[in-house]
Design a protein around this ligand. Structure first.
Ligand code: SF4
Length: 290
């Protein structure tokens, strides 16, 4: 299938078969995000999706895991998604799990019975843009949901037998608020127990609405050293659940990866060492603006 738009998925999905079912993001308002601003959101015709499933099956493909694209594929109606999942289950006998990106309001628009039915068709987990633990920041970024709403919908996912995966973003709360966010976000994650956490530390795209906020003085970005201290404080707080963690930073050559709780100390030591190095070489410390 010719892929339209951005290839966007968590690095934890690198081994999954990426099956596009929609183009763009139906929300498309987050001020930091430029992934889909140039695209008009729309579902892909079901016949195109079926053709792609049949093409991969005819080549002998039998993926264990499928990721449905794009920006928030879970915005599609439950019956539409059920059709795609049924086809996937029929075509790929080895299929174990399917995941996709979702906005909190996409979960709210589905009934408990629909969530359970999708789970029975091997939809095991949804990636949610949690981003941070501070309500005022989510509102300022036009995220479109509150943390309280996210927590309520995650509880419904768990009740339906599904897991959730958290996208977070160190730095999104701005200069001076990293530690406050680490405490609030850590508490949220400890309560909601994601199966995976993926941290894309903030970089500000020059065409993004957030860049305009920066120019007008409404947003004061932290530098990457503060973001690393925020990530360290967050990692130290996570407890009471197991998950896969992956943290990516654009201007520091650092990848913080591992499983919690087994690798928690190792990941914290890596961050501590990088923070010490940056403290000794302040010239390396920058704000990520691209
Ligand atoms: S919901 Fe996700 S993909 Fe859509 S605008 Fe926000 S961050 Fe970007």
């Amino acid at each position: 299938m010719n892929y339209e738009g951005q290839i966007c998925r968590s690095p934890m999905e690198r081994g999954s078969f990426m099956l596009p079912v929609a183009v763009g993001c139906s929300h498309n308002r987050c001020r930091f995000c430029m992934l889909f601003k140039h695209l008009q959101y729309r579902p892909l015709p079901l016949e195109r999706v079926k053709e792609e499933i049949d093409r991969v099956a005819a080549l002998g493909g039998n993926p264990k895991r499928i990721f449905l694209g794009d920006g928030n594929a879970f915005s599609l109606p439950a019956e539409h998604l059920a059709t795609v999942l049924r086809w996937c289950c029929q075509a790929f006998p080895g299929l174990q799990s399917v995941s996709m990106d979702a906005h909190v309001k996409n979960i709210r628009s589905k009934t408990d019975a629909q969530l359970r039915a999708l789970r029975e068709l091997k939809l095991t987990d949804l990636y949610l843009g949690i981003e941070c633990g501070l309500e005022d920041v989510l509102a300022a970024q036009d995220k479109g949901n509150t943390l309280a709403e996210a927590e309520a919908e995650i509880a419904r996912l768990h009740k339906a037998g599904m897991e959730y995966d958290a996208h977070i973003m160190t730095g999104i709360c701005g200069r001076g608020r990293g530690q406050e966010n680490a405490a609030a976000l850590g508490a949220f994650l400890n309560r909601t127990k994601p199966k995976r956490i993926c941290n894309f530390s903030l970089f500000i795209h020059k065409e993004s609405p957030l860049y305009q906020d920066f120019l007008s003085g409404r947003f004061h970005p932290a530098d990457e050293l503060e973001n690393l201290r925020e990530e360290l404080a967050l990692l130290r707080r996570l407890q009471g659940f197991g998950c896969e963690y992956d943290g990516l930073h654009d201007i520091v050559p650092l990848r913080v990866r591992g499983h919690l709780p087994a690798d928690q100390d190792k990941m914290c030591r890596l961050l501590e060492g990088t923070i010490r190095r940056l403290e000794a070489e302040p010239g390396l410390v920058k704000t990520a603006i691209v």
